[in-house]
Ligand binder design. Structure first.
Ligand code: AVJ
Length: 326
């Protein structure tokens, strides 16, 4: 007698609703670049190279968030798994390389994995790798800009949804925007036991915060400046890297780290139909990274309609992980 080992190989399904090469995307960029205080939404940091550079940032000695979050998740893995219970779809917001979610597979055993990311090419590569390692896992991949709207296709299981929003990515939004985003997630949880597992960076001393965004190896500088190469491609603009330097600072009143690109000298940037002059020292604001006190973030979850909120942190009180039920 011999046992038969059956493996059902389910090919991943892709739904791509974000297309970078569209008029709407260029219009969004133009509006920010031509504003008196120029800015670019941080999602434009994530072209294929930008996503790789972010991966490198997570390995830097100064960049504590990723490893601190990972340590919290590992230390409280049993408690977290017990609270979360049976997972239908594990919906991974800003999945990137899918590595953080993969760490949950062992304990949470999701019946379906739904990575969502705006960096669609990068996501496809990550999903192909994941599928090779977990051929039986049902994967529904969404190339989506969920900063506009989060919309899940019908084949996403609707019972026991677990939204996973790790790494303090929620910090890219102002508290008002974050509330809107959390309300959307609350809505998408449905009424069949949905919940949210989210990582949030905490307020701490300015030096630690600024170093995390201005590392000695200058990987974060490369990550920020690579945005210009991305803009050159999307807008057919003529940004020259040599004209721009990386800047990181902490605004304590707003409880946020900011990244900017600062012009070294007066410079004119051109793209079809437009040009924008920058004076020496003028900046393009490329990212906000809000930091929260745990009580403030719990209040935000509450205001978004979540309840039964659990909180875990590390010994230094540097990072928070929350689980909240819809
Ligand atoms: C991915 C948005 C959480 O804000 O810390 C890392 C991005 N920017 N270094 C963060 C980032 C500069 C990161 N998030």
């Amino acid at each position: 007698m011999s046992a038969t080992l059956e493996t059902v190989d389910t090919a991943p399904r892709y739904y791509q609703t974000f297309h970078p090469d569209t008029h709407a995307v260029r219009a969004e960029l133009e509006q920010g670049l031509c504003a008196p205080n120029a800015w670019v939404p941080p999602k434009f940091l994530y072209d294929p190279l930008g996503s790789c550079l972010f991966g490198a940032i997570t390995q830097l000695p100064e960049y504590y968030p990723t490893r601190t979050e990972q340590a919290i998740m590992a230390r409280y893995a049993d408690e977290i798994a017990q609270r979360v219970g049976g997972v239908g779809a594990l919906i991974d917001l800003g999945a990137g390389d899918c590595v953080k979610a993969e760490r949950l597979f062992g304990r949470l055993c999701p019946r379906q994995y739904v990575p969502v990311d705006i960096s669609t090419e990068y996501l496809r590569g990550a999903v192909a790798r994941l599928h090779a390692g977990y051929p039986g896992l049902d994967i529904v991949a969404l190339g989506q800009d969920f900063s506009h709207t989060l919309s899940l296709p019908e084949d996403v299981l609707d019972d026991g949804r677990l939204f996973f929003y790790p790494g303090s990515s929620i910090g890219n939004w102002s508290p008002e925007q974050a509330l809107g985003m959390l309300r959307q997630v609350r809505e998408a949880c449905g009424e069949r036991g949905g919940s949210l597992l989210i990582g949030v960076d905490r307020v701490k001393d300015e030096r630690t915060l600024v170093r995390a965004y201005d590392d000695a190896l200058q990987v974060t500088a490369a990550f920020n400046r690579n945005l210009l190469l991305h803009l050159n491609r999307v807008l057919r603009a003529d940004f020259a890297l040599a004209d721009w330097r990386h800047l990181a600072c902490f605004d304590a009143a707003r409880s946020r780290v900011e990244m900017h690109l600062q012009a070294n000298a007066p410079v004119t940037v051109n793209w079809p139909g437009h040009s924008r002059e920058f004076s020496a020292g003028e900046t393009i604001h490329t990212e906000c990274s809000y930091k929260y006190e745990p009580t403030d973030f719990a209040a935000l979850l509450d205001a978004a309609g979540f309840n039964d909120i659990a909180h875990w942190t590390d010994a230094q009180g540097w990072f928070s992980v929350f689980h909240a039920r819809a």
